[in-house]
Write a protein that binds this ligand. Structure first.
Ligand code: 5AD
Ligand code: SF4
Length: 481
């Protein structure tokens, strides 16, 4: 059997793309390996959002140079966003690469590998650039392929990503995504519902809907428009699906009908990722985010008011072009008052081809970016920890996802030592609450995939710690420990 090594970096879209590529290659008889040395095909599914992610791929390719010299039959491929972004530059920087495949051409991978193996030479398949055709032809060239899924590739059998939209038309000035993922296209609701039903039939309990601006989802025209909230109501009807999540939201499209759906539908996760990016109007204007800080605040106030107990997370970019100390302090003010469950903070990385790179200088020194990043992270951690402490003594409902990181390591070591993993009855497990908080507790492997009550006794900025609550009929709640 030919062996496939695949490494995935970047966002959930990429995780899903890799799942689909693996499914296609499994159909061709491939099996997975975690060792590049024995792999017949090595694929890197890549990210272009920041320069660092791209440079790491070139380093990884560099490490494969000798292996390729010794075994010229090994097929090496760069797929995904960086393939679309760098195109032939990848061949120039790493001439021993065989395949360059953009996110819109992933379905061609099995055939392209065959072409390489039958002596066809280097293969490149990418989509049209945003100025290389009509909107329709560009959109068509970014086609994605979703129906083919391999249940064994999912993070767990009871959780799955479902793509509802590809591309982005927002063109924030710092962002490469509209170039590499193409025009915004919403998937027909029938296709999404059919996929969700199929997943539910396979035992999937939680679906996470994916889109760059997932809440901008809209399908159809005139009277027959399906809004994002309509789609969620339909998905909610599917038996077997217990939880519905979605990422990433665009602040301006956080409409009341969506907030009402999240509030009223019990299967809807009370968790919203709504990136603010900055707390300064000057910065938001330079980023062309399309809203003011006042509008973001209004949206957040509405969200907190309408959905009791909702957890909101955000992204921030520090050190974007022209960011002064005052601008940064305005972002800190927004973090301080917003009580985000978590914020993902990024140092600005100039991306060639974006409006930002063309028109705005990358003028904040790296040490200032780093200092601001650390300062904001420290503030967010303080807030996350204080808010997590409010859970002490409470019971939360957790969907158990699997072994905790430390239990996984231990299990790995035991397997390596040839010991039976089933001998252990109590293992450390991890899962998430309805508002996406991570909970770690002692339990039994049989609980993986179940939704159970946990009593919280400790918390830090990122994790709640608890014990399983056992309900005895006619008795009071008794906790096990
Ligand atoms: N530099 C730094 N961070 C970026 N992001 C997007 N583009 C850039 C860039 N050029 C961040 C944004 C976005 C997240 C996925 O990545 O915060 O929400
Ligand atoms: Fe990038 Fe802005 Fe689109 Fe998000 S909304 S993917 S940040 S262009």
């Amino acid at each position: 059997m030919p062996k496939l090594y695949i490494e995935t970096v970047g966002c959930q879209m990429n995780v899903l793309d890799s799942e689909l590529v693996v499914a296609a290659l499994r159909n061709e008889g491939y099996e997975l390996t975690s060792d590049t040395a024995v792999a017949d095909t090595v694929l890197f599914n890549t990210c272009s959002v920041r320069e660092h992610a791209e440079e790491k791929i070139y380093s990884a390719l560099g490490r494969l140079k000798n292996a390729k010299q010794q075994n010229p039959g090994k097929v090496i491929g760069v797929i995904g966003c960086m393939a679309q972004n760098h195109q032939r530059t990848v061949f120039e920087r790493a001439p021993y690469v065989d395949l360059i495949v953009g996110p819109g051409q992933l379905h061609q991978i099995p055939e392209l590998i065959r072409k390489v193996q039958s002596g066809g030479g280097q293969q490149i398949e990418v989509s049209l650039g945003r100025k290389e055709g009509t909107r329709e032809s560009i959109a068509r060239s970014h086609e994605s392929f979703d129906p083919l899924r391999d249940p064994t590739m999912r993070p767990t059998p009871f959780q799955a990503y479902v793509r509802i939209q590809i591309g982005c038309d927002k063109f924030c000035t710092y962002c490469i995504v509209p170039s590499v993922r193409g025009p915004e296209q919403s998937r027909p609701p029938e296709h999404i519902l059919a996929e969700a039903r199929q997943l539910a039939g396979e035992g999937c309990k939680e679906i996470t809907l994916l889109g760059q601006t997932v809440n901008s989802y809209k399908f159809g025209e005139g009277e027959r428009i399906t809004r994002f909230s309509d789609l969620i109501y339909s998905l909610h009807e599917i038996d077997g699906i217990e939880r519905i999540k979605f990422v990433t939201n665009y602040p301006k499209d956080m409409t009341d009908d969506l907030l009402t759906a999240v509030r009223d539908l019990p299967k809807c996760s009370k968790y919203l990722h709504v990136p603010a990016q900055s707390g300064s109007d000057a910065q938001l204007r330079a980023m062309r985010r399309g809203y003011t800080v006042g509008e973001y605040r209004e949206m957040l106030a509405r969200t907190y008011e309408q959905i009791p107990g909702v957890a909101v997370t955000s992204d921030f970019i520090v050190g974007f072009s022209g960011e002064t100390d005052e601008d940064f302090q305005l972002s800190m003010d927004l973090v301080r008052e917003s009580r985000f469950k978590n914020s993902f903070i990024f140092k600005y990385s100039e991306r060639p081809g974006t409006k930002g790179a063309m028109l705005l200088p990358d003028d904040v020194p790296d040490d200032v970016k780093r200092a601001r990043n650390n300062e904001m992270l420290a503030l967010q951690n303080e807030i996350s920890e204080a808010d997590n402490q409010l859970f002490l003594g409470q019971n939360v409902q957790v969907l158990v996802e699997g072994l905790s990181k430390s239990a996984e390591k231990k299990a790995g070591a035991q397997t390596a030592a040839g010991e039976s993993r089933n001998r252990e009855h109590v293992v450390q497990l991890t899962g998430r609450t309805m508002c996406d908080r991570i909970v770690v507790f002692d339990g039994n492997r049989r609980q993986i995939g179940e939704t159970i009550d946990i009593a919280i006794y400790d918390a830090n900025a990122h994790t709640l710690f608890g014990t399983v609550v056992v309900q005895h009929v006619g008795l009071e709640l008794v906790t096990l420990r």
